[in-house]
Design a protein around this ligand. Structure first.
Ligand code: ZN
Length: 493
């Protein structure tokens, strides 16, 4: 008996030793790779990166593929407006001419991505938000499934286990019907009662739409994007426009929450568009009231909301004094997008303590912040969050417009802040821990403490027994986290 126990302890010690040896040698490899960007890219491209939790699909499309689509479907490019159109006109050329004429090509490429941002002429902020007027027409007739395939396949190729994508989750006609002739929101109860009868048709159409689209994408990718054990698992986040008038804003949030309640593929809602713009500033409090009102009626869904994507250059100090706090307290945000203006908040220690207590995570988007807000290096609050124990994830925001991807975000994080391999693994694990996948997770208070029954999940020869398989079938989050830990084992081998 005694001998058996000794052997068991020895085996355990050896397995830990080998675990640490593997992580240590990988960390050493990483430290060496830090000397140059290409070496870092080579290392980080292969490294499991957990999740991209902040990704606007419209901004994720690469302009190169928009052009391929425009050529394949015979669109025409208007040299005067820089927009693609279906029919030829006096100032148009066929899309294929952009493949031959460098000047035409550059006109489009520069307008539709940050490759054409020249801050001396127009601020990065303005150039960024202007790109979106060119993206829609260039993708005319392209299915959302095709666009999603581009984004998910890119994530898979970079060893990203999970995506929460902000994209439309309803068929156009059903959504337009819901949004037509909106009631006044002066009285929220009345507005809600007036809209409620329209809801079932929209919800039913949306649930079906997302399911069918997932089936189409899964077929093309060769794995089920809903399955948390797939190479890359996908969920969706409904986007509401914060620049919409109050009546439309209310209807959007109501639609999003009802769809999220009905579809396991739609896990959350966000509010998008420039936060500094006048409507975003003036309507903010009313918007939070509306979110609060609907959140209580639609099952209290987990929310991720952009907040504090602001600097003094584009926002008065007054707005930044409570933007993030209000978004959490009144808007029930469980995750904050950007959180750049945090240092300007009133009672900062109190706010940070509350975030820590409520486990509010911050979705950091380094390239986006650098190019839109000129916030990079020591102008970025990432250290303020990390030092105060606030969980941080790394994300792309708009990888196509920014000409970035998640690997590049990790590269940027390392080159700007010198993070070590352990910290990068924490970012990756945070991506799943603070995801909105349902179920109890793998960890118990820290990433070193594993759920009973999964203590050996980081051992090379681990395979799930019947109990483990049952537990994973019962928790999507657990299954995705096991998937990530196994990806680390493979990577560190
Ligand atoms: Zn964003």
């Amino acid at each position: 008996m005694k001998t058996t126990r000794c052997l068991w302890v020895l085996a355990l010690a050896l397995s830990f030793a080998s675990l640490w040896a593997d992580e240590r040698s990988t960390a050493e490899r990483f430290e060496k790779a830090k000397r140059s960007e290409p070496e870092l890219i080579a290392f980080l491209k292969q490294m499991p990166k957990g999740a991209d939790l902040h990704n606007h699909v419209t901004g994720a499309i690469y302009s190169d593929f928009m052009l391929d689509h425009a050529v394949a479907t015979g669109l025409h490019f208007n040299l005067k407006t820089t927009l693609f159109q279906r029919d030829p006109g006096e100032t148009t050329v066929p899309a294929r001419q952009l493949q031959e004429n460098w000047l035409y090509y550059r006109q489009f490429m520069y307008a539709v991505s940050m490759a054409g941002s020249f801050p001396a002429v127009k601020s990065g902020h303005d150039h960024f938000f202007d790109t979106f007027q060119y993206i829609g027409p260039a993708n005319a007739g392209r299915s959302s499934g095709d666009i999603l395939f581009e984004v998910i396949d890119r994530a898979r190729a970079q060893n990203i286990q999970y995506l929460e994508l902000m994209t439309s989750v309803s068929p156009g006609p059903a959504y337009s019907a819901f949004m037509a002739n909106l009631p006044s929101t002066e009285d929220l109860d009345e507005a809600h009662a007036a809209l409620a009868p329209r809801l079932p048709a929209l919800v039913e159409a949306s649930v079906k739409f997302v399911e069918e689209r997932d089936a189409e994408i899964s077929k093309r990718l060769g794995f089920d994007v809903f399955d948390p054990a797939s190479p890359t698992t996908v969920r969706y986040v409904f986007s509401a426009n914060r620049l919409a008038e109050n009546d439309a804003f209310f209807a959007q949030i109501m639609a999003g929450m009802a769809i999220a309640q009905a579809s396991p593929r739609v896990v959350s809602l966000n509010i998008v568009a420039p936060e500094d713009f006048v409507t975003g500033r003036l309507n903010f409090e009313r918007q939070m009231e509306m979110i609060d009102y609907l959140w209580r009626r639609y099952g209290q869904p987990p929310l991720t909301l952009h907040a504090g994507e602001l600097t003094l250059e584009i926002s008065p100090f007054e707005t930044m004094r409570n933007r993030i706090r209000q978004t959490i307290v009144k808007g029930h945000a469980q995750r904050i997008g950007h959180g750049i203006s945090i240092a300007w908040e009133d009672d900062l220690p109190g706010l940070l303590a509350m975030m820590r207590e409520r486990r509010v995570a911050v979705e950091v988007c380094l390239t986006s912040n650098a190019s839109i807000l000129k916030v990079e290096g020591d102008r970025h609050p990432i250290h303020l969050y990390l030092e105060n124990g606030i969980p941080v994830t790394l994300n792309t925001d708009d990888e196509g417009v920014s000409r970035s991807n998640l690997t590049h975000e990790y590269v940027r994080a390392v080159r700007s802040y010198g993070f070590d391999y352990r910290q990068l693994k924490t970012f990756a694990r945070n991506g799943l821990e603070y995801s909105f996948l349902p179920g109890e997770g793998l960890y118990r208070g820290s990433y070193d403490a594993l759920r009973p029954g999964f203590e050996r999940v980081r051992d090379e020869d681990w395979t799930p027994d019947l109990d483990a398989r049952e537990a994973m079938a019962g928790s999507q989050k657990l299954a995705a986290q096991v998937r990530l830990e196994r990806a680390f084992v493979a990577f560190e081998k």
